[in-house]
Every structure is written in C-alpha cells, then in structure tokens.
Design a protein around this ligand. Structure first.
Ligand SMILES: Cc1cc2nc3c(=O)[nH]c(=O)nc-3n(C[C@H](O)[C@H](O)[C@H](O)COP(=O)(O)OP(=O)(O)OC[C@H]3O[C@@H](n4cnc5c(N)ncnc54)[C@H](O)[C@@H]3O)c2cc1C
Ligand code: SF4
Ligand code: SF4
Length: 431
C-alpha cells in the first residue's frame, strides 16, 4: 500500500451506489452540487441491477437501472469510486466532515480498458461467479457482469496465478499488476448513507437444507435465473440441469422469526415471490408453482391486484409454515408443513424449492463514526432520529440516510427516501 494520502473536497459524500445512493447523488448533482459516490463493489447499481423484472408492473429491472447508472457515471457533477470503502468519518464542525476512504486496486487502468474481454478468454483460472450467485463460473480476469458500470475488467488477485496470459492478450496493455491501494481524505459539507441491506443467510436454518440439497435455492439465485442476463437462458435445477415441474416458495425465510433473532417483516419477499412465480409460469407454462406463506402482505399500490393476478394464473397458495425439508434419491424435496386451514401437518413433494430470504441490516455505517455517534435502531438499521417528521435525519446532524440502510423497503420507496435525503442534504448545505 502506498503511503501517499490524497486529498479532495466535494459538497456531498454519498456512501453506497445502489438505487438509493445513485438517486440521491443524481438529485444533488442536478442541483449543482459536486458529489463523491463511494461504492464497495466493482459496479454501481446495487441489488436492483441484478434483478429480473420488478413488481407490480413487471417492467424489466435492467432496462430501468442501466440508463440510471450510465447517467450517474457520465454526470460531470458526480465522481464515482468503485471498489472503495469508507474507513472513518469525523465531524469537524457544521457542514464540515472529513472522511477517510480506501480504494482497492483493480489491476486494470479503467480509462484504457475497452471491455473487449480478451483477458477473460485467455485466463486459465475459473472460480464461482458471485454476480450470478455462484450458479456458474467466471475467470480471475473478468468483467463483473454484462451491464456493469463501469464496464471495465478487474483482476481477482486472490485467485490469480500471475501467469501473465491476460497481460499479453490485452490490446491496449491496460493490465497493471503494480497498482496499489489508494488512500484519500475527503472533505464534504454533508454525508448520505445509502449502504443498503444484507440478505438473510439460509445456512442459519439447517432444517431447510440450503447448501446441502442442490435444488434448494434462494430467491436471489432465482432472480438471476429469470433475469435477461441470466446464466442458463432457461430455468434449471442446479442439481442435475433438469427443468423443474413443481416449484415451491417458502416465504418468511429468516423474517418474522424470533427463533433466528429477526422478528421484522422484510416487506418485499411476498411481492417478489408473487413476481417470480408469475415469471416462472411464463417461462415454464407446464410447471406447478406453490407458495407456502404465513400471511401475504400485499399492502402497496397495485399489490393486491398483483396477488389476484397470480391466483388467476393458477399459482397455488398454501397457508402454512414449512417445518422441514428432506431430499429424495432423485433430488426432489419433501416439504413438511402445518396447513393452517386444515389444521394438520402435511407433506408435499416438489422438485425445486426457493427460499424467500429476508432483509437484514448492513451494519457497516455504524462503524464509520467514533463512539457510536451514528445510532442504530433496535434492529441495527441506521436510526431515523425523527422518523415521522424528517425520516432522512440520523443521530448526526448533517448525515442523512437513504433507502434500505434504514430498514426494509422496495425500489419505489428507496427512491422516495433518496429524494428525502437529498433535499434534506441540500437544505442543510444552504443553511
Ligand atoms: C430477490 C429480490 C427481489 C427483489 N425484487 C424487487 C422488485 O421486484 N421490486 C422492488 O421494488 N424491489 C425488489 N427488491 C428490493 C430491492 O432490491 C431493494 O428495494 C433495493 O435494492 C434497495 O436499494 P438500496 O440502494 O437501498 O440497497 P442495495 O441495493 O443493497 O444497494 C446498496 C449499495 O451499497 C453498497 N455498499 C454496501 N456497504 C457499503 C460500504 N460499506 N461502502 C460503500 N458501499 C457499500 C452495496 O455494494 C450496494 O451497491 C428485491 C429484493 C430481492 C432480494
Ligand atoms: S495473470 Fe491472473 S488474471 Fe491474468 S490470465 Fe493469468 S491467472 Fe488470469
Ligand atoms: S483489460 Fe484489456 S483485454 Fe481485458 S477487457 Fe480490458 S482491454 Fe480487453
């Protein structure tokens, strides 16, 4: 790591380049403010850029996200750091924050890479592709995904054997193994925290067999199978590559469950499961899809109609909590559940199970400030200090929260919350 510490100033720092952070950055920049957007990942776009379609309109997620991320990347008022993290933030005075940021080396000169993918072709190393949720492989020299922004290669140095094949194949010679971690001290007048959410880890419920039974997937893995940039071009059981005929959804996996320490409703899982079930009926017209649920929470605009539409398409709904999943010799799965309407324990066989995993807090921002200055709520999301009157305000004056960093919400609510955060930030800067 180089000892040099670079200094820079902006009007606003936005941490997290998902839909909420991206929207907040655009709002600020369109009002003439200079923004630094710091994103941990190699691409901006957050989880939304990896989704298939969106409820309740079934619009294509990539078609909405791609123009947004390209507007962010090209905006003269926004500087984007990808592969970068905030290590500390100090409030020096009113409208004066000092933030330490580290930017990891990509080992590719961003400005020179043409995204020709020749490095990918020649690289001999294959590892799991985290952007396809490990359903397929990728190379150690790789472009994260086809609609990534920036669409630039990176070298996964942990798995790289330093064979040099990519360097030789790269036409503009932009692979640079001498790159080092860069350190910055950034001065800004305000900060927006948009670090998003984490997904519940289904390994914490071993009785559902995730990670052991190959045909038990998470909802994010199913999103990738349904997305336009999907890995298989159809829906396949990971266990044997067979097209599934009887697919089950297990709602509230890791939500509303005191036994795993999360009593919170994730707000999105009912609706994204209804969405995926409808998309599956389109992709596999002969398949049976069954949703096992506690209550369907279709509270938003157009949501109840979306639920009715799913029923009309022939999707089955079973009111019951799934207790246990076991695997048969063929890789099929037997769900043991309590049918609440029938008031008895039943069993049903399916050939693929999707766990509708819930939303958990990303606690990263709590460590940015010293002495717990940035307070968390009782569930470890960023606390909204004045939730009813100014929901974007946090416990630190001048620091605002946008999107799922403050709790579960869908895309339209994340965008609304980003609007609230950016307008609060603008009035704070103007005070
Ligand atoms: C399976 C599934 C399907 C869904 N389908 C729909 C749908 O159809 N319709 C809908 O409205 N909603 C849907 N959602 C919800 C949607 O994904 C969220 O509402 C949306 O992604 C929230 O955006 P966000 O920006 O708050 O968070 P995120 O998308 O989580 O983005 C946060 C960003 O911050 C970055 N970050 C995290 N920590 C740091 C750090 N320390 N430093 C810098 N950067 C950091 C992350 O890398 C990420 O890019 C779905 C969710 C799931 C899981
Ligand atoms: S040097 Fe590393 S990234 Fe490049 S081709 Fe060899 S293994 Fe792949
Ligand atoms: S690093 Fe070089 S070879 Fe790889 S995509 Fe970029 S320009 Fe092409």
């Amino acid at each position: 790591m180089s000892d040099e510490i670079r200094a820079a100033s902006y009007d606003a720092l936005v941490i997290g380049g998902g839909i909420a952070g991206g929207e907040a950055a655009l709002d600020l920049a369109n009002n003439g403010y200079k923004v630094l957007l710091v994103e941990k990942d190699l691409s901006i776009g957050g989880k939304m850029i990896l989704l298939s379609k969106v409820f309740p309109t079934l619009d294509c997620a990539a078609c909405i996200t791609t123009p947004k991320v390209s507007e962010i990347s090209r905006h003269p008022g926004i500087t984007v750091f990808t592969g970068a993290e905030v290590t500390s933030i100090e409030k020096k005075g009113e409208r004066e924050f000092e933030t330490a940021v580290t930017k990891r080396p990509r080992y590719v000169v961003e400005e020179d890479c043409t995204a020709c993918q020749l490095c990918e072709e020649v690289c001999p190393v294959v590892v799991h592709d985290e952007y396809q949720y490990r359903l397929v492989g990728r190379k150690a020299a790789f472009i994260p995904f086809s609609i990534a922004s920036p669409r630039v290669a990176a070298i996964d140095i942990e798995n790289c054997t330093l064979c040099g094949a990519c360097e030789k194949a790269c036409p503009p010679k932009c692979i640079d193994f001498t790159q080092e971690t860069e350190k910055y001290i950034i001065k800004t007048g305000t900060v927006i925290v948009a670090t998003g959410f984490k997904l519940f880890d289904p390994l914490k419920i071993p009785r559902y067999g995730y990670g052991v039974y190959k045909n038990v997937l998470t909802s994010m893995e199913m999103e990738r199978q349904l997305a336009p940039t999907r890995p298989f071009n159809t829906i396949l059981r990971p266990g044997d590559g067979k097209m599934p005929d009887r697919i089950a959804y297990v709602l509230c996996t890791g939500s509303r469950d005191d036994t795993i320490g999360n009593p919170v409703c994730s707000q999105i899982c009912c609706m994204y499961s209804l969405k995926q079930a409808q998309l599956l009926m389109g992709a596999l017209p002969m398949a049976d899809v069954t949703i096992y649920y506690i209550n369907i929470r279709s509270f938003g605009k157009g949501f109840e109609e979306f639920y009715e539409q799913a029923k009309g398409m022939g999707i089955s709904f079973v009111k019951g909590k799934v207790g246990k999943i076991t695997e048969t010799e063929t890789g099929n799965l037997i769900l043991r559940y309590e049918d609440i309407n029938e008031n008895r324990v039943m069993e049903e066989e399916h050939d693929m199970v999707v766990l509708a995993v819930g939303v958990l807090p990303n606690t990263d921002p709590l460590s940015f400030f010293r002495n717990g200055e940035l307070k968390a709520d009782q569930f470890s999301f960023v606390d909204q200090a004045e939730v009813l009157s100014s929901p974007a305000r946090t416990s630190v004056k001048g620091v605002f929260v946008a999107g799922t960093a403050s709790g579960p919400m869908d895309i339209p609510d994340s965008i609304l919350s980003a609007g609230a955060a950016s307008s609060e930030a603008i009035s704070y800067l103007k005070q």
